[in-house]
Design a protein around this ligand. Structure first.
Ligand code: URA
Length: 239
């Protein structure tokens, strides 16, 4: 990406200075071996997506179906390398049936654009919960347990190379930990076989703009991990 274009995106996020490499919080990521999940038969995939969408839209696995408008599956290409995972739909997402379409969603889009990602072409965005918790309260453990199989099926279909968990709730639930977000940043975790990197939730960043710089470090870290995965995959395919 052209430096000038990247600076425009950083301006949009609200970061006005480059962080010197030496000040980055995390050491350069260690090379991560590429995950090699089995690809589902192509003919099958569209039908499996459709079945998943129908189930999520009409899901009654937990009481959230009584208060939500609709289940929100996700948005983006149905096969792509990047998967971003948030917490749960908010009011606007519940109304429109798409994740991250409110103010936080606009910031998320700007953050993703800064590393060359766009929900229209190369990143899929979903949530841990597919139904909105009333009043945007935190998800309950039993709601997460009921909903996680949907995310697992999405991952099987998408075959992402890397996942980015945005916010404490997504990170803690995906990693089955109660460690604070600050301790989870700057590392390559795994969800199943898929490498997972953690950063702040854009709604938090709207309230705490001083931490946008740390989020930018996380995005660069995730991009480096992805590039290393790609390089390792290319090397693995060389005769
Ligand atoms: N916050 C989330 O975590 N997900 C959304 O889809 C919207 C806001």
């Amino acid at each position: 990406m052209q430096p000038q274009r990247r600076q425009q995106y950083l301006d949009a996020i609200g970061i006005d200075l480059w962080v010197p490499r030496a000040a980055a919080p995390a050491a350069a990521p260690a090379a991560v071996p590429p995950a090699a999940p089995a690809a589902p038969a192509a003919a099958d995939t569209a039908a499996r997506w459709e079945a998943l969408r129908t189930e999520v839209l009409s899901c009654t696995r937990c009481p959230l179906h009584l208060t939500r408008t609709q289940g929100v599956l996700g948005v983006g290409p149905r096969r792509c390398d990047w998967l971003v995972i948030g917490e749960a739909p908010g009011a606007e997402e519940d109304r429109r049936g798409e994740p991250f379409v409110g103010a936080a969603g606009q910031l998320l889009d700007a953050m993703l654009r800064a590393i060359g990602l766009d929900r229209a072409s190369n990143v899929y965005i979903a949530n841990v919960l597919k139904s909105r918790p009333p009043g945007n309260r935190d998800p309950k453990p039993e709601e997460v347990s009921a909903c996680l199989p949907y995310l697992t099926r999405q991952i099987e279909l998408l075959q992402p190379k890397i996942m980015l968990a945005v916010g404490r709730i997504a990170a803690q639930n995906l990693l089955a930990t109660d460690a604070p977000l600050g301790r989870l940043r700057g590392q390559v975790h795994r969800f199943g076989a898929t490498p997972l990197v953690v950063t702040y939730h854009p709604a938090y960043l709207l309230r705490t703009p001083a931490d946008k710089r740390k989020a930018w470090e996380d995005l660069k870290f995730a991009r480096t991990v992805y590039q290393q995965l790609q390089a390792a995959a290319t090397d693995g395919h060389r005769p």
